[in-house]
Design a binder for this molecule. Structure first.
Ligand SMILES: [Zn+2]
Length: 237
């Protein structure tokens, strides 16, 4: 059983968007995992086999217990009853409490589509009759990782990843075939700087929102609850 499961379209998406959050969850004693939806066979750089080795290496750096691949078509992810069920079966097997899903918007259609695919798969995984052969399980919470996106004016919350940021970068650097000498990737818009610098600057921006060095932003439709206003963090001034 996994407590925090991150699901994303391509190998390296998780590292780029929420690797720090997975590292912090693992450091807090939670079991973590990753499901990559495709094998990256359409990528301009590297091959699916090479990316597989790199993903394994990055999984070690992130300290996740499982990393699986659903084998959906790269650049062809579609949210259908079939793909939802396929992912729901994995969710039933791994039984995560929290699922980190991609943002609901994205440049790459796979990113956009998988945001809703992951969300829908989590819901139908809780419908007993959808696949009577497997035990139903609906994750408690889905949080959409909105790193690099500009669609929402404010994240619902930001995870402080200051302590683990260098390790997150280390995980990203495992994908040498993808990132060596490049200035853009995934949802990262190029600005002329090396990719790793852009990643750092974005993380610093999100960190500044919670008065810390580095952060990763998330969106949830549901509102976050506060029990004790006396301990509220993030100063107004
Ligand atoms: Zn991607």
């Amino acid at each position: 059983m996994i407590t925090v499961l991150a699901v994303a379209a391509h190998r390296d998406d998780v590292e780029l968007t929420c690797g720090g959050t997975l590292l912090r969850a693992a450091a807090a004693g939670h079991t973590t995992g990753i499901v990559d939806l495709t094998q990256g066979e359409m990528g301009t750089r590297g091959s699916a086999e090479l990316r597989s080795q790199e993903a394994e290496q990055a999984a070690k750096v992130l300290g996740v217990s499982v990393r699986e691949n659903l084998g959906l078509p790269d650049a062809g992810i579609v949210n259908t009853p079939e793909t939802r069920l396929e992912l729901a079966r994995v969710i039933r097997r791994l039984r995560p409490r929290i699922v980190i899903a991609p943002a609901l918007q994205g440049r790459h259609p796979d990113h956009r589509e998988s945001g809703m695919l992951v969300r829908d798969a989590c819901f139908i995984a809780g419908l007993a009759k959808i696949d009577p052969a497997t035990q139903k399980h609906r994750p408690f919470k889905v949080m959409h990782c909105i790193t690099y996106r500009e669609d929402f004016s404010k994240p619902t919350f930001v995870v402080d990843v200051s302590e683990v940021f260098e390790r997150k970068l280390e995980a990203i650097k495992c994908y040498a075939s993808q990132f060596e000498g490049v200035t853009q990737a995934g949802e990262v818009y190029p600005n002329g700087e090396p990719l790793f610098d852009v990643v750092r600057h974005h993380a610093a921006h999100y960190g500044s929102m919670i008065r810390t060095k580095y952060g990763e932003p998330f969106f949830t439709y549901e509102t976050m609850r506060v029990d004790d206003v006396g301990t509220l963090g993030v100063s107004t001034f």
